[in-house]
Design a protein around this ligand. Structure first.
Ligand code: CAA
Length: 380
């Protein structure tokens, strides 16, 4: 694997960096405080092709590779982690499965406007009683003639308050357990669909999430993604890609914190010198920079494997596991370096620390990533 980015990938990185610096970083603290969904910034992401990065141009996307997507995700998340996850859900958890498993008619209706950023997508797997054990879902889709009738609820749905269509997983045949799960493209203006109030979250507060409810929600058969019973595999394969996006989000959050820690350590004086002169601080910075680079290599490897069309389940899990736990350590050290100031709302590192925490939870907790990795290790 080439560790150097190509010219095109560097251009994407520079463009996203500029955008994050001018439009995201200056606003991220306010969006966090106000729990504000950044519509203006999301519209600009759309103009830049960042809502369908790896979707071919014929379906409204930017036609770039997954390494570019990871690079873009790091830069956007460095500016605002909440904006990062809005982008990653639309790209990885919505557009990618519609591209991969959809028919051309479904791609036309359910992919092109989403890859262009005219509409926003979401992914609904988690339920109040089934998170990590995704196959235990209670939501059902009962066939009635040429429609399916959906009943149940899904929670913590990122982009849920704003989404135009949600990719929903539901049981079509409970007897078959995970092989009885099917996937449906559910427009949010359909009768019987309602949303709960937006969740009040610890971090990534610029992104909205909520519970969604289905009560006798009729979905035409042509909105089913893949065959009946394919849903669980569609969800798992989708998360293989999604975990790259979250790994890259963690890189962005950690890099923002490291940069702030470096700047502060050069300016803050104690015992007659800048604290950057103390080996205690230098060693913390050295560890932070090393871990961040190691995580980036894992994320880029998983993205490169996805570009090669090679199964990357374990590599994505490793990337997400290491990057998210690295992010928690790095943001915590950055806060420590800032001392009392780091604990104050006026300081961005407290936000990075809060934002880091979810990367160890969503799209599969660290424990689930370890299960996925150990299954691969034991199989080998
Ligand atoms: N790709 C394709 N198929 C896969 C697969 C993959 N990555 N992983 C598993 N499968 C297939 C298996 O081959 C198996 O197929 P067969 O039926 O042919 O045997 C089938 O799926 C079942 O596999 P397992 O026996 O491994 O399934 P399991 O029930 O033991 O669960 C698990 C495995 C890894 C724990 C899974 O349930 C899981 O990933 N849980 C975590 C769920 C998760 O990540 N949720 C995140 C919600 S989305 C979110 O967070 C979005 C957001 O807010 C931003």
């Amino acid at each position: 694997m080439d560790v150097q980015l190509t010219e095109e990938q560097r251009q994407v990185r520079d463009l996203c960096r500029q955008f994050a610096e001018s439009e995201l970083r200056p606003n991220a603290r306010r969006w966090d405080a106000e729990h504000h969904f950044p519509r203006e910034a999301v519209a600009k992401l759309a103009e830049m092709g960042l809502l369908g990065v790896a979707v071919p141009a014929e379906w409204g996307g930017a036609g770039m590779d997954n390494v570019s997507y990871a690079v873009a995700m790091e830069e956007i998340s460095r500016g605002c982690a909440g904006t990062g996850v809005i982008m990653s859900v639309n790209n990885s958890l919505y557009c990618d499965p519609v591209l991969k498993f959809g028919t051309d008619a479904q791609r036309k209706e359910f992919l092109t406007p989403f890859a262009r950023g005219e509409k926003l997508g979401a992914f609904a797997l988690t339920e109040p009683m089934s998170g990590s054990d995704a196959a235990e879902m209670r939501t059902t889709a009962r066939r009635r003639g040429d429609v399916y009738v959906l009943d149940g609820s899904k929670n913590y749905i990122t982009n849920g308050p704003q989404a135009d269509v949600i990719l929903v997983f539901a049981m079509t045949d409970r007897e078959k357990r995970h092989r009885g799960i099917s996937a449906f493209l559910v427009p949010t203006d359909v009768k019987g669909f309602t949303r709960g109030k937006p969740d009040e979250k610890v971090g990534i507060r610029a992104s909205g999430s909520c519970t969604v409810f289905f009560e006798g929600c009729e979905i035409p058969e042509r909105y089913r993604l893949g065959q009946e019973g394919d849903g669980f595999k569609i969800a798992m394969a989708t998360l293989d890609g999604g975990r790259i996006g979250i790994g890259a989000q963690a890189l962005g959050i950690a890099r923002a914190a490291l940069e702030e820690a470096v700047a502060y350590s050069k300016e803050r004086k104690a015992f007659g010198q800048a604290i950057a002169q103390f080996q205690a601080i230098q060693f913390m910075l050295a560890d932070m920079a090393t871990e961040l680079d190691a995580a980036r290599l894992l994320v880029l490897r998983a993205a490169a494997l996805k570009d090669q069309g090679v199964r990357h389940t374990a590599e994505s899990a490793m990337a997400k596991l290491f990057a998210s736990e690295m992010c928690e350590r790095v943001t915590s050290k950055a806060l420590q370096i800032h001392g009392g100031l780091g604990y104050m709302k006026e300081c961005d590192v407290e936000r990075h620390w809060r934002d880091s925490r979810i990367t160890e939870i969503y799209e599969g907790t660290s424990e689930i990533q370890r299960m996925v990795i150990s299954a691969s290790v034991l199989k080998d």
